[in-house]
Design a protein around this ligand. Sequence first.
Ligand SMILES: Nc1ncnc2c1ncn2[C@@H]1O[C@H](COP(=O)(O)OP(=O)(O)OP(=O)(O)O)[C@@H](O)[C@H]1O
Ligand SMILES: [Mg+2]
Length: 309
Amino acid sequence: MTEGEFVSFAIYNTMSISPVRRLGRVISEMSKAGVSVSRIGEILDAPCEQDKPDVKALPMDGDIVFDHVSFRYETGPDVLSDVSFTIPAGSSFGILGGTGSGKSSLLTAFALLNPYADGTFTLDGADSSSFSLQQWRRNVAYLPQKPMLMGDSVADTIRLPWTLAGRRADEASAPDDHAATGKKTSARRGRFSRLFRSEQSQAKLALPDQLIRDTLDAMGCEDIDLARAPHDLSGGQAARVSLARTLLTRPAVLLADEVDAGLDDDNADKVASLMASAAAGGMAIVRIRHRPPDGRATRIVTLSSGRLS
Ligand SMILES: Nc1ncnc2c1ncn2[C@@H]1O[C@H](COP(=O)(O)OP(=O)(O)OP(=O)(O)O)[C@@H](O)[C@H]1O
Ligand SMILES: [Mg+2]
């Protein structure tokens, strides 16, 4: 090998290192993307929850009763053992309890989101089995401990319930072309791409920007622009955006799972005050909290070893 050939070899060798490294990264990202796509496929292919037609007139007041509720997951001990309590409409009920004591499980059970729960739940004296699932959940709103915010902007994410309602109405009036054509996948793709588009103008009429703005401002979120991407929000901001969305749907019952956990005292007080006004307007509110009592709860109970005290 001549000196020139050796220098060329060394230069080409150096030039090839970075692309080969990048190729390695691309291959690893592609395998991650493949797993994600197959998980998305599993979700899209999951069977829809079976529901029945609405059976009672809306809206309801929010007197709620948990009666002899017991609960255990497939594995592990009892999470709740024969828990019963009543929350009158217009009151705010606080639930305390250690980590893993079953607080979130109790709320998801009442929202009929937890298939393992056994017991009776009533709203205004009517058993949950006499409602359709959709109707029950329109009245009983569960605000999860980890906010789930979808959409391109804060305004989109807050309007999601109205956007979905518009989409359901459109689908109900559209002919069922799946059965005729068997083109389930393309129809599904169409539905998803339309999710944040065609029904947005209807949703915007039903929930104007100003109402969203006022609700966020009342929670100390003056700094959140409605055009902001939801995934950029801090934990405390995301929790309040999620609360704003739920409060604006005006449920009869609000099940709030540690909504103020990531807030400073000042913002936690604003949130508590907004929820107190909702309770004064007739909403029944269950608040799971780890913070010291703030004097807003009508009653506070502690969940421990599957029992309330
Ligand atoms: N999907 C599940 N499958 C099996 N066990 C679960 C499941 N979800 C929760 N658990 C278990 O049930 C128990 C109660 O969980 P839960 O989330 O209700 O507690 P928590 O009181 O809300 O706790 P934290 O204060 O940490 O939010 C825990 O021991 C938890 O590990
Ligand atoms: Mg929890």
